[in-house]
Design a binder for this molecule. Structure first.
Ligand SMILES: NC(=O)c1ccc[n+]([C@@H]2O[C@H](COP(=O)([O-])OP(=O)(O)OC[C@H]3O[C@@H](n4cnc5c(N)ncnc54)[C@H](OP(=O)(O)O)[C@@H]3O)[C@@H](O)[C@H]2O)c1
Length: 273
């Protein structure tokens, strides 16, 4: 992805956290940036703080509307050549208790089905562009799951898998596929405590390193800041070491799964997100 070309970039989930950070960085570099999300007031505030930035109210869970959204946005912005599928949610789930299937469905729809649908709807347009990019957003937890957020981790693992297939199928086209694999970063993804957790990477540091990678590693398929290496490459250790790392991540040595209280307090004590 050439950062200094005048790209037209759609970022779902662009009103907050990593999406806002990337939106502002791309905007400063002279690109046309359109942020999308459910909260109009949030989008308006970000757009007002970044004159020229555009916004669209969009609920990606509303799958039936994504095709029309894609048609409308490409009509309004014919130069649209970058899609960043950033919108996501992360929830605690205790599989030892009655599972709230609506939570399961919400996570799968937002994190997995919606990016697949939106990408499919925009792909014919993106392929017409001389150079285009689809950026998916997985997580270090796609590679080493945090057991207290099982559906979240499963959706991110699926996004990683799908990104590889999409990249393979688009070989020879004008569309490149990048997978952003964030580590634990200070955002409100899991609530206020995450935004202030000193163990999480600061948003500024994360965005700076991502922009640096995009600017200097033109052949990188996965965008990996150094903080994500332990999660990303744990599976490259031998099985014994991976099991140990998994146990450490999940703190299983302290108590058995069935006795655990999957509270927000525990989430705040989790080393990664
Ligand atoms: N922060 C981390 O530690 C971390 C680590 C690994 C991966 N990630 C991934 O990074 C992405 C961004 O997360 P974040 O940390 O920046 O958290 P965040 O600030 O909570 O951002 C999530 C964004 O998604 C949007 N969103 C959620 N549901 C939506 C829906 N149905 N329709 C449209 N937009 C929706 C939200 O906007 P509205 O509420 O206004 O809709 C929000 O702007 C997520 O995919 C997350 O899984 C984050």
């Amino acid at each position: 992805m050439n950062l200094t070309e005048k790209n037209t970039i759609l970022i779902t989930g662009g009103g907050s956290g990593l999406g806002r950070g990337l939106a502002e960085a791309f905007h400063k570099l002279g690109n046309t940036v359109i942020i999308a999300g459910r909260r109009k007031d949030v989008l308006q505030t970000v757009a007002a703080a970044n004159p020229g930035m555009q916004y669209e109210v969009l609920d990606v869970q509303n799958l039936a509307k994504l095709k029309n959204f894609a048609a409308d946005i490409t009509a309004e912005y014919p130069g649209l050549n970058v899609l960043i599928n950033m919108a996501g949610i992360m929830k605690l789930e205790n599989l030892n208790e009655a599972v709230d299937l609506s939570v399961v469905d919400d996570i799968i729809t937002t994190n997995l089905t919606a990016p697949l649908h939106l990408t499919a709807a925009l792909l014919p347009h993106l392929k017409q562009q001389p150079k285009a990019t689809v950026m998916t957003v997985s997580s270090g937890l796609a590679f080493t799951p945090m057991a207290m957020t099982p559906t979240y981790c499963a959706t991110k693992a699926a996004i990683h898998s799908w990104s590889g297939s999409l990249r393979y199928q688009l070989k020879g086209s004008s569309v490149e596929v990048l997978e952003l694999v964030p580590p634990y970063v200070q955002t409100k993804l899991m609530g206020e405590q995450q935004a202030n957790d000193p163990r999480a990477m600061t948003l500024n540091d994360f965005i700076s390193e991502v922009i640096q990678i995009l600017a200097t590693q033109s052949d990188a398929k996965e965008i990996l800041v150094k903080n994500v290496y332990p999660l990303r490459f744990a599976g490259d250790f031998n099985a014994e070491k991976f099991d140990l790392f998994f146990e450490l991540l999940n703190g299983m040595s302290r108590s058995s799964g069935s006795e655990r209280d999957y509270s927000h307090e525990e989430a705040s004590a989790a080393p990664y997100c």
